[in-house]
Design a binder for this molecule. Sequence first.
Ligand code: HEM
Length: 501
Amino acid sequence: LWQLLPRDKSQPPLVWHWIPFLGSAPAYGRDPIAFFRECREKYGNVFTFILLGRRVTVTLGPQGNDFVLGGKHTQLAAEPVYGPLTTPIFGKDVVYDCPNEKLMEQKKFVKVSLTIDKFRAYVGMIDDEVKDYLNTDASFKVYQMDDINEWGTFPVLKSFAEMTILTASRTLQGREIRESLTKDYAQVYSDLDHGFTPLHWMIPGLPLPSYRRRDAAHTKMSSFYQSILRKRRENPTENQEDDVMNSLMKQRYRDGKQLPDHEIAHILIALLMAGQHTSSSSLAWAVLHVAARADIQEALYKEQVQHFGTPDGGLRDFGYDEIRDLNILDAVVRETLRLHPPIHSIMRKANVDIPVPVTLGTPSEDSVFVVPKGDIVLASPLISQVDPGVWDNSESWEPTRWYDEKGVAAKANKEYNEGEKVDFGFGLVSKGTVSPYLPFGAGRHRCIGEQFAYLQISTVISSLVRRMEFRYEGTFPAPDYSSMMVQPVPCQIHYRRRKFE
Ligand code: HEM
């Protein structure tokens, strides 16, 4: 009933709810995007809702993205929000279980191992993994047969989750870890993965089997990585691989200290887990759209033939520098990340009272709300990525918006804000926090895996499109918001082998 009392006008409006502790959790959990849009209609770009007893203040639009992503880390902290979910999975002393300055150093160490030279080597490895997977996985039985006219189906979520973990571990994690995936560690990965859910986030410690399995899996995985580290230290000449583990072993913090083994292990686990659902759901959406759009599929295949066709009608292997020149492929990835960014809510915790301009963009002295200390603040780049004021046909998947009729990369869409220049994130790395297009976030916590993810997703799509034709039948799958990342509901894609493979 207190919601009916005159509210404190200095605070953002509170979304009406019937059950005090639960608040708007059911509406947010069911479909956050519909919930945000409805609230924006009623309350404007800034409003607060209750999520299981917590106050969450949402700031929408490009300025809202800027408020959260560009905020000072001393005022808006990621650790208290994400730590309870990620620390039991990643482990101690890394990412959100350490001061932000330490995370910044850890991100720098990882960047050193994600260089263009490494990427050049990764393209072939990813293509090989996809080829092996198609030749051995039971879902691709039809692919393995001689009859090229036969159509089969494969389960989208399972197949892309497996291709992602195989390609990411082969490239980033090193030989021992890639080999372990096919043996006893598949279950360990799966148990860790099952700890990555909204329930584990909202209530970090419950006496349930999935929590016990998550914790046991973390201990086993961390010990396994540390045993590899010990072996590598004992026999430094034996393993000279150019992988992230070896690179992290050489790094030192600013105070001159080396990274202890448990931190290296936990950074590697963090990289594997942070990239898994994000990349596999992006791949799933991309290939689903390609399967449903014969014209784009044809354009993608022709692009392969044009760049890599051989005189005998086959296709040669491709390299990193070459794949970066494929504008249609690039547009498919960009457009998929516009419409389906896997992370729909980016959150921080306010450490102090923070003023936020009501309209986010046109601040004036008497239109300033204060977000009280203790609130979670939330930005949702997805809302601006499908804003009809920025994008033509904002709800449809239309890669052609990213290239012109000659297939040349073009700056997409309406000039945002009547001719104002807008940063859509071209050239892979865009640093600005005021942008309607931020699938990889921005600012201090910007994704560290952006370039790797782009490479991985583009290479897997190339590998598939050149070997197979796809078809999607029926109603296009809806987004499933019940897990931490937005993925399609379970569905199947039809495929058959291409002739000149
Ligand atoms: C952070 C998206 C793939 C590692 C983020 C953030 C976003 C994002 C939006 C910022 C979160 C925030 O500000 O709260 C994506 C998408 C991906 C992807 C869309 C794939 C399509 C990857 C991969 C890796 C990775 C492959 C590892 C190799 C990380 C890490 C952070 C992060 C470690 C935390 C950075 C920090 O808090 O400072 N990602 N990511 N991501 N990402 Fe990614």
